[in-house]
Design a protein around this ligand. Sequence first.
Ligand code: NDP
Ligand code: 2IT
Length: 450
Amino acid sequence: MSLKSEYLQQVYKKVEMRNEHEAEFLQAVLEVLESLEPVIESRPELKQYGIIERMTEPERAIIFRVPWIDDEGKVQVNRGFRVQFNSAIGPYKGGLRFHKSVNLSIMKFLGFEQCFKNSLTGLPMGGAKGGSDFHPQGRSDGEVMRFCQSFMTELYRHIGPDTDVPAGDMGVGGREIGYLYGQYRRITNSTAGVLTGKGLSYGGSLIRPEATGYGLCYFTQEMLQNMRDTSFDGKTVVISGSGNVAIYAAYKAIEFGAKVVAMSDSAGYIYDKDGVDIDFIRELKEVRRGRIAEYPETHPNATYTQDSTGIWNIPCDIALPCATQNELGEASAEALVKNGVMAVAEGANMPSTPGAVAVFQKAGILFAPAKASNAGGVAVSGLEMCQNSARYSWTAEEVDRKLYEIMVNIFHNADNAAKLYGMDGNLVAGANIAGFTKIADAMLAQGVTY
Ligand code: NDP
Ligand code: 2IT
């Protein structure tokens, strides 16, 4: 363990004992505690009021059975989760993930990180995450609808516009949010904006589908300008994944003058030295729900390689991991550094392993941690909540401008926090400290409740 403070070591040991099989959750906690060493030293009240002990234990974790009937008439049973991590600064807020790999550890790491991310947006949102081990790939629309209806039939009693507002994440996009919202409306006889990422015809916000990817590029552009006096213009970019985050990150990077040469899915990656045809990929993934392997059929200059991690061997100036946790390990980080990467900015949640982050930091590569750089999605979710409460909608330009301002602010808050504690340039520490401070102050002010 790399913690120096005896107190933090003790706290972490207890977290480890309580959650011994939850590798992802422990990974996320340790990273935050490492960043907080200097803060704990300078603010003894944090220890006195058990702030870290309280923050590393979710306020509530709900696990439930989700039965549904597949197209063959067979009963299927999945496991549903909602981990309500911290509500000190606002209603629980965070996405729902439908993926076969979902388990309590993954829900807790995502919920834990969401608290700091939401705090960084400057909007009043607590942190949560939920989802299921239901895997939508290969399922018909009818099956997805029946699953969503069953999932919401339990979830509805735990959420509400001032309590907990879920949204999308992996495997949960506009289609799923629609089915979930429809069932919530039916059960509760309420049209409250209880989910974000809704369709435009029933309370959704313009720019929400684009927000995470756009926000990632706004953050990265600000980081490049401030820390290296450069920009996306003329740079070669590699983006992993080809889902919601990856697609809109690619659009914005291209708009900023970069060439995106590679993208992937869980089976493999494509390399197109002329720059990917992002309209084609968007249609392939969003409309046809196809596989990235199909790309070379219509783009003969491109190649497809099985093994998605191979994408990090492609030389690039900027790498944007936008697929999933721990997708970029130490060996991949070394390959990127060897090939001259200048900046790595995380679109996915915790895509770089701790070993990979250490490689980037040692090599002096610009590194933007997920909590800061992918906060654009939840930020526009917060703006969707505002619009729903006001029963009003803003134009795409208004939402995009607010998103841009929020991402620029997050960069400077993280950068300044790192400088304040003598860790100039370390955006991991800066983001953790800036996100933490607001929640800690709110918890201190409210007494020992949760
Ligand atoms: P999607 O379901 O839209 O897309 C996920 C993409 O990642 C797919 O292309 C998927 O491929 C690929 N993928 C999954 N597992 C792997 C793997 N092991 N190796 C390589 N590729 C893989 O999800 P999102 O784009 O919404 O989410 C991506 C990441 O961004 C997640 O970490 C999520 O938590 C994070 N995020 C999402 C936000 C949002 O608003 N949606 C906001 C902030 C963060 P395949 O089709 O083969 O499964
Ligand atoms: O990880 C994330 O920030 C999300 N999946 C978005 C959450 C949200 O509430 O919009």
